[in-house]
Design a protein around this ligand. Structure first.
Ligand SMILES: Cc1cc2nc3c(=O)[nH]c(=O)nc-3n(C[C@H](O)[C@H](O)[C@H](O)COP(=O)(O)OP(=O)(O)OC[C@H]3O[C@@H](n4cnc5c(N)ncnc54)[C@H](O)[C@@H]3O)c2cc1C
Length: 380
């Protein structure tokens, strides 16, 4: 049996399901193909779930800004599929030792809305900090926890509501162009995609395969862009007895060689690693994790005695570190939605809306300059 749609999306992470939902909302019939038995199994299910406005270069900051209203009023954005704000205030505290003061000043110069704190003020906000080590700090008070599950499920609900579907256990193993789709499309205008869950055809193919984006491009005969997956690990550490850290901010040093975030009654600590790896079901490297936890412990009055659980995910980057969204100039009907790096959740409402508009011939709500900065045409 061959299934036909207007748009086939490869990858049911936040990128693929978000873009699929927005394209379906514009009237397209959409099928999302996912290799795993469960959507969001890879990077989307492994994030730190934080929205930080002052994070990344100018294009990423513009996209994060554009996404903010959807997080605050998802009901309007999703046509009622998601109720209630998706952000809850957390704050990001960036701490500087004497040696890191120059870096701290630089971040004030390039960021918006940061508050300047003294060392003791930083210690009051994050009481595990080793006393007297921090000279000054910045606080981004508006940084917020994202309810990723509700956002992702909301996109999936929108997709289904508008007639789309997610096919799981559907690892795309072969892609051919020049298939004939139904009776209406002419030969030479469609993709034929083979998976263990069936054969799927559509005139438009969206590459939202995360760490596998270049592999999918190669399968489709499109030029790979040099998307590199980089491993980022994390561990849950128990809090000392009797400590409630629920209102503490996320904390990182200016050097950004670890970060920590209170989560579910424990502390999520990451070594902030970004080692390039092949696309895979990622797991932490013991040594990288141990060294990162040690850097964290040196900054704290805290001894790491136990790791409750640890995991890793792949953040995938284009060569210039900016996401890639748009039709491949040299491969008709092939759409890139990749390279979201460490920003894929916080940018997802804006990138999904942009992808939905471009896929269905609508007008993007984003500034033209940002749209071209995201386009794969920049690599041609
Ligand atoms: C530790 C960590 C912390 C992070 N913290 C944050 C954060 O705080 N805020 C933020 O905004 N972002 C964060 N990120 C980044 C964010 O998680 C990613 O940018 C985002 O999840 C990428 O989504 P995606 O849909 O592109 O990729 P994925 O979720 O990986 O989805 C891609 C999907 O494609 C499927 N696929 C691949 N090949 C095929 C094929 N051949 N056939 C069918 N399906 C295929 C895969 O199975 C996968 O499900 C973090 C990431 C990590 C690892």
């Amino acid at each position: 049996m061959t299934e036909t749609s207007d748009i086939l999306v490869i990858g049911a992470g936040i990128a693929g399901v978000g873009a699929g939902a927005m394209a379906a909302a514009h009237g397209a019939s959409v099928t999302v193909l996912e290799a795993e038995p469960t959507p969001a199994y890879h990077t989307t299910g492994r994030s730190a779930a934080i929205y930080i406005r002052n994070y990344g270069g100018p294009v990423l900051r513009a996209v994060s800004d554009a996404a903010h209203p959807a997080f605050m009023d998802p009901e309007a954005f999703s046509g009622g599929a998601i109720a209630g704000a998706l952000l809850s205030r957390r704050g990001v505290l960036t701490v500087a030792t004497e040696a890191e003061m120059e870096g701290l000043e630089a971040s004030f110069a390039e960021s918006k809305g940061l508050e300047r704190l003294t060392g003791p003020q930083a210690e009051a906000l994050f009481p595990l900090l080793r006393k007297g080590r921090i000279v000054a700090a910045s606080l981004e008070p508006e940084a917020a926890d994202i309810d990723v599950d509700r956002l992702f499920q909301g996109f999936a609900k929108m997709l289904r509501r508008d007639g789309g579907r997610i096919a799981v256990n559907a690892r795309v193993g072969r892609i051919a162009r020049n298939a004939q789709v139904g009776r209406i499309a002419r030969v030479g205008e469609a993709w034929r995609v083979e998976t263990p869950a069936g054969v799927f055809e559509a005139p438009v193919l969206v590459n939202a395969a995360g760490a596998w984006a270049d592999e999918v491009a190669a399968m489709a005969g499109a030029a790979p862009l040099g998307i590199v997956p980089k491993r980022r690990s994390a561990a849950m550490l128990p809090l000392p007895a009797g400590i409630d850290a629920s209102v503490w901010p996320l904390i990182d040093p200016v050097a950004f060689d670890w970060y920590a975030k209170p989560q579910s009654g424990a502390l999520m600590v990451s070594p902030a690693d970004e080692d390039p790896v092949a696309p895979m079901d990622a797991w932490p490297d013991d040594m990288v994790l141990a060294e990162g936890l040690d850097r964290f412990a040196q900054a704290m009055d805290y001894e790491v005695t136990r790791v409750e659980r640890a995991w890793a995910g792949l953040r995938s980057f284009a060569p210039d570190g900016t996401p890639v969204v748009g039709f491949a100039p040299e491969t008709p009907g092939f759409f890139w939605l990749a390279g979201q790096g460490g920003h894929g959740i916080q940018t997802s409402p804006a990138l999904s809306a942009l992808a939905g508009a471009l896929l269905t011939g609508g007008a993007p709500a984003m500034e033209a300059e940002v749209v071209s900065a995201l386009s794969p045409a920049r690599f041609s």
